[in-house]
Structure formats: structure tokens, C-alpha cells
Design a protein around this ligand. Structure first.
Ligand SMILES: *Cc1c(COP(=O)(O)O)cnc(C)c1O
Length: 430
């Protein structure tokens, strides 16, 4: 039953563009009515019509410990008693900064912002200020928030809606963003040769989540690190999605790579709007008021958001075994899906690392934007709705990674696999 969601959506489209405050929430690429969620607990979402779903998006990343996680809830309850924002420094911000620098060793100094988008926009400005160069390199299908410089061959909602290059961006901005295919080191080498001495930064999702889950090839990230060092390019890991998810120290810990700057978001706020960028002291000291690169925020380092994020990070730090558990659940689901598609003769691709995974509706090995786009979108859309009807809430797009939380145990994982097998079976029988 989706009566209440339908009514809410009909009203929403009159007042909010597309009825949603972020395009990825719409069901535009899969069809149908988005479910309006009224509450969530643990592994489950509940919509306005009281239907429960196993949640595989986790608010697009933050809910790694499941919904309404008690230590986070308690920290927020305690914090709100002292007012919501002061516009003056708090000791919580210092504690948060120290915690981040402790968990992510490449980060020697950090600035808090309010979203991943703010983090990446600021990191790029900082890299330009630091190098005195203008151009940046990004990768096709990677998403770094909705800053102008990044909406070129962008992933996530932009890709799902078929608008990877948004209108409204000036030709000069377009000209300063160079793009290369993911997992192709030679393409970056060529760009750096053609634009020698012009490139300020190279920004990458170390594991891509925003064209579906795509892993870096062996040696690829190290190759980029070496190129950036050689050419004096600021190497930025956008860990808004992977930070505190693929390991306590993010993808950089998992792959043993040291970027110059790191952007963070999602998990860092425990579900509150938080982002951060940080890295080498020498670069970070360019940020105002210690240096000339201007960046500010009325609500940045907000005490309620800091309390939520810190409760989350502290719990993760205290229980590092969580990452082994998430790896195990992820591998279990990926194996189950591979077995299922093979049994049904579908030959689809499953990409997985830790608690991130995607089932791609293609037999191609998905390593970049081009191969991701070979997916059969109509088939995915049918599968999406089959899964939803069976009580599993997937990302409403083929081009998004799914996210597991610690609340997805073996029993729930088996439920997901069964729902998936039946959904795929009905596609085959059609
Ligand atoms: C979600 C995301 C962003 C943008 O973060 P917002 O908080 O949505 O602005 C940037 N980079 C990556 C890799 C992301 O996944």
C-alpha cells in the first residue's frame, strides 16, 4: 500500500522541484512513487503507510551503525540542552578535530563544514590557492557533490537522470575541469603532459560509489599518487562516502595511500549535516584566518552535529571489529548474489568491497563509467520494484552503491538474498 506516500508526493511536486530535496530520492530513473519515510530503527525503514523495509541505502552512507543508534541519540539529547548554536568556538570542535586527525593520519589539520559538497568545493579552492594553478582533473562517473567544477561527467543522481553535464555552468568553469576515465592511468599521464604546469588538483573517489560500486585496479591509486607527486598536483581523496566506512581510516588506510587532502562527510555527522576537509598542515594553513584562502560557515562545527558525529566516530574507534563484521556480511551477500545470478543464467556482475556493493545488470566487468553504462536499466528498474515489494529498499538507481550497516545480520542478509533471487527469477520468467 502506498496511499499516503502517493498523496504526499502529489502535494510535494507542487512545492518542491520534482517533489524531493535531493534528486537521488526521487524514483525518476526507475519509475513509480517515492516512499515517504516517517521513521527508522536499526536495519529498517518505515514509510507513511506503515510498510517496513530492510534499508540498503543507510541515508546514502551515514547510518553504518543502523538507524537511531542509541549512543548517537543520547549524545544529541544531551547536547541540545545547552542551545543549538553559538557562532563562537566550542571545545567539542577541538575534540572532533583531534579525533579526526587521530583516525586519519594523513589529516594533520581539519576544517569542519556542513556537507560533502562544501568540503570538496573548499578543497579545490584550497588546492588552487596553494599551487597557483587553475585546472583540476576528475574522473568520469565520479561524484563530488554539486559544486560547479564537478558537474562534468558527474555520477550519482546526475548520471541516473541522464544529465552528467549540468546546464548553468559557465564555459570558463567547464574549461578548467579535465576528465579522465576511471582506472586508466595512461589517460591521466596524457592529460598531465598536455596541460603541464596547469593542474592544481586531482580529485578521486578511491572506491567509486556514485556510478555503482567500482573498485580501483591494483596499483592504480599508487600510480596516481606518484604522478601527482611528480607533477606537483594536490592529490585529493574524496572520502565522503568511503571515510570511516571501508576502514576506520577510510580507503586510504585500506589501500595504504597518503593523499595530500581528504574530503569527508556522511558518517562523520552520524546522520547530521556535517562535512570536513583536511590534510597536510602546510596546505591547510592557507585557510583563513590562518592564511588567505577564504572559506567560512555560520553553522560549521555546530555543537549538535559535532556531538552526533563524535558519538559515532568514538563508537567505531572503540569497536574496530565492526569492520571485519561488515566485510564478512558484504562478502556473504556478494557471494550469494553471484551464485544466484549464475544459477539463473544471467551472468550479471557483482562488485563489492567491505560494506559497499552493487549488482550490475550487465555481463561486462564494470571498471569505469563506460562499462557501468552497459547495464540494462529497464531490467534494473523492474528488479528494484520487485525488491521494494518484497520489503527491501535499494537505491532507486543502478548507478549507486548499496550500503550495509552493522544491523544487517546473517538472518537479514539471507532475507535480502532470497528476495533478490525471487525478484531475478520473475525477471527471467517474464
Ligand atoms: C555524497 C557525496 C558527496 C556530496 O556530499 P553531500 O553531503 O551530499 O553534499 C561528495 N563526494 C562523494 C564521494 C559523495 O559520495
Amino acid at each position: 500500500m502506498i496511499k499516503k506516500s502517493e498523496k504526499a508526493f502529489q502535494e510535494a511536486v507542487n512545492y518542491i522541484p520534482g517533489g524531493v530535496n535531493s534528486p537521488v530520492r526521487a524514483f525518476k530513473s526507475v519509475g513509480g512513487t517515492p516512499r515517504f519515510i516517517k521513521r527508522a530503527k536499526g536495519a529498517y525503514l518505515t514509510d507513511e503507510d506503515n510498510t517496513k523495509y530492510i534499508d540498503l541505502i543507510g541515508s546514502w552512507g551515514p547510518m553504518i551503525l543502523g538507524h537511531a543508534f542509541e549512543p548517537v541519540e543520547n549524545a544529541v539529547r544531551k547536547a541540545i540542552k545547552s542551545s543549538f548554536s553559538f557562532g563562537a568556538p566550542t571545545v567539542k570542535e577541538v575534540e572532533m578535530a583531534k579525533l579526526i586527525c587521530d583516525l586519519v593520519p594523513s589529516v594533520e589539520m581539519v576544517r569542519m563544514v556542513n556537507s560533502g559538497t562544501e568540503a570538496t568545493m573548499s578543497a579545490i579552492r584550497l588546492a588552487r590557492a596553494y599551487t597557483g594553478k587553475n585546472k583540476i582533473i576528475k574522473f568520469e562517473g565520479c561524484y563530488h557533490g554539486h559544486g560547479d567544477a564537478f558537474l562534468i561527467s558527474a555520477g550519482s543522481g546526475a548520471l541516473s537522470l541522464g544529465v552528467p553535464d549540468s546546464p548553468g555552468i559557465t564555459p570558463s568553469t567547464l574549461g578548467d575541469t579535465l576528465t579522465a576515465p576511471y582506472n586508466d592511468l595512461d589517460a591521466v599521464k596524457r592529460l598531465l603532459e598536455t596541460h603541464k604546469g596547469e593542474v592544481a588538483a586531482l580529485i578521486i573517489e578511491p572506491v567509486v560509489g556514485n556510478m555503482g560500486c567500482v573498485l580501483p585496479k591494483e596499483g592504480y591509486l599508487q600510480g596516481l599518487r606518484d604522478l601527482c607527486t611528480k607533477e606537483g598536483v594536490v592529490f585529493i581523496f574524496d572520502e565522503v562516502m568511503t571515510g570511516f566506512r571501508l576502514a576506520l581510516g577510510g580507503a586510504q588506510e585500506r589501500f595504504g595511500i597518503t593523499p595530500d587532502l581528504t574530503t569527508m562527510g556522511k558518517i562523520i555527522g552520524g546522520g547530521m549535516p556535517v562535512g570536513a576537509y583536511g590534510g597536510k598542515k602546510e596546505i591547510m594553513q592557507m585557510v583563513a584566518p590562518s592564511g588567505p584562502m577564504y572559506q567560512a560557515g555560520t553553522l560549521s562545527g555546530n555543537p549538535i552535529a559535532m556531538s552526533a558525529g563524535m558519538a559515532m566516530l568514538k563508537h567505531l574507534k572503540k569497536h574496530p571489529e565492526i569492520y571485519a563484521q561488515l566485510d564478512e556480511t558484504g562478502a556473504f551477500i556478494a557471494e550469494g548474489l553471484r551464485k544466484s545470478v549464475k544459477e539463473l543464467g544471467l551472468n550479471y556482475t557483482v562488485n563489492q568491497i567491505g560494506s559497499m556493493y552493487s549488482l550490475f545488470f550487465t555481463s561486462e566487468h564494470v571498471v569505469d563509467f563506460k562499462t557501468a553504462k552497459t547495464a540494462d536499466i529497464p531490467a534494473f528498474s523492474k528488479y528494484f520494484h520487485q525488491m521494494l515489494n518484497r520489503g527491501v529498499y535499494l537505491a532507486p538507481s543502478q548507478f549507486e552503491s548499496l550500503f550495509l550497516s552493522t544491523k544487517i545480520d546473517k538472518r537479514i542478509a539471507n532475507k535480502i538474498l532470497r528476495a533478490s533471487h525471487y525478484s531475478l527469477t520473475s525477471l527471467v520468467e517474464e
